[in-house]
Design a protein around this ligand. Structure first.
Ligand code: NAD
Length: 352
């Protein structure tokens, strides 16, 4: 059965992918993660003792350690999710984004290609390097239209520029060396185990604690939301059936303004956690993020047409599951709301 190296497996999406692989397949997973502030092994407690799961605390920029991992584990495929992922942090401190997202992806590609080129033919032909990326590489949309796989790259933030660079490196490794890659670009994910610097968990936790619910600008920026387990399923499908060298956009056809998202969270909380209702009274407008992209919307018809993928959750069902999860998992929440996180929130957003 397949042996998979998953980078960034202690993060939000990577941990969802690992939990799914262990629960639903016979694959063996090697989780390669540096454990930055965003990496949390508590998200993997349910698989930690499984004999098909291994954890390696390694920085993807460390070429010698990455080479060792390929030598020791002899993987059949690689799924590359490790990244610095928070746009606001990329504005205040872009260096880590350049290092991990660009240099780290290069380091991984170089080691993976060296390993792949020495595999026997059958394993070589079956090998895949799956690069996981974002729709933010396409820039910002006006009121109409969608991002397709052919949309020109126009990244606007240090985060999206670093992800765009990594996408180009992966593409070049395929074009130049015939290295077997697939790339996916996904819209905004939400769901359980999401670090509470991101909009939806931040709003849930602030609302429960009676703190202000910060909204950038007028709250009219539009994002296209996808439940994280639906993304994980799409990634597994692309890894299995995606055409070499191809890109697949993944999205939930769920465009919402930030204000709509916050009101939807508040409405569910009013019902499930009536103390403090109406929670929407906590909404506070704060100064907009510099260069804030106005609208993202994914055309996910290629992955539906060619691979038969469609999301299982609607925004309503997925959001309800998410709110229920945060209300029921205070131990996880308390574990991540660490001193470092509090300091960062304090410095960047003031007291909330
Ligand atoms: P995350 O920030 O929750 O997790 C990232 C993980 O990578 C963490 O566990 C962190 O410890 C690890 N990491 C960071 N730097 C590392 C390094 N140098 N070496 C090894 N590990 C390192 O991110 P996420 O939201 O789970 O996103 C995963 C991937 O999916 C990223 O590549 C991101 O660009 C992409 N993506 C995310 C979204 C989203 O909405 N969250 C949408 C589309 C694409």
């Amino acid at each position: 059965m397949k042996k998979i190296i998953i980078t960034g497996g202690a993060g939000f999406i990577g941990s969802a992918v690992i939990r799914q692989f262990i629960a639903e397949t016979a694959a063996t997973v090697i989780n390669v993660d540096k454990l930055t502030y965003a990496g949390n092994l508590q998200s993997l407690a349910s698989v930690a003792d499984n004999p098909r799961y291994r954890f390696e605390q390694v920085d993807i920029c460390d070429a010698a350690e990455i080479a060792r991992l390929f030598r020791e584990h002899q993987p059949d495929v690689v799924m590359h999710l490790a990244a610095e992922s928070h746009v606001d942090r990329s504005i205040s401190g872009p260096a880590a984004f350049i290092q991990t997202n660009i240099v780290g992806t290069y380091t991984l590609l170089a080691a993976a290609r060296e390993y792949w080129s020495n595999l026997p033919d059958e394993r070589k032909n079956a090998f895949r390097f799956h690069h996981i990326s974002t729709d933010e590489v396409y820039g910002s949309l006006g009121d109409s239209g969608y991002f397709t796989e052919d949309t020109a790259y126009q990244p606007n933030s240090p985060y999206s520029a670093s992800k765009a660079s990594s996408d180009h490196l992966v593409r070049a490794w395929h074009h130049t060396y015939g290295f077997p890659v697939v790339t996916t670009n996904c819209s905004n994910n939400y769901g359980p185990y999401h670090f509470p610097e991101k909009l939806i968990p931040l709003i849930i936790l602030n609302a429960v604690n009676g703190k202000p619910l910060p909204i950038y600008g007028k709250g009219d920026n539009i994002r296209d939301w996808l439940y994280v387990d639906d993304h994980a399923r799409a990634l597994r499908l692309v890894l299995e059936k995606g055409q070499l060298g191809e890109t697949y956009n993944i999205g939930g056809w769920n465009e919402k303004t930030n204000l709509e998202v916050v009101h939807a969270v508040c409405a569910i909380l009013d019902e499930l956690h009536p103390q403090g209702a109406p929670h929407a009274s906590l909404i506070t407008y704060v100064q907009d993020r510099p260069g804030h992209d106005r609208r993202y919307a994914i055309d996910a018809s290629k992955i539906a047409r060619e691979l038969g993928w469609k999301p299982l959750e609607t925004f309503e069902t997925g959001l309800r599951k998410t709110v229920e999860w945060y209300l029921g998992n205070t131990a996880w929440v308390n574990g991540v709301v660490s001193g470092e996180y509090q300091n960062w929130i304090q410095q960047n957003y003031g007291d909330r």
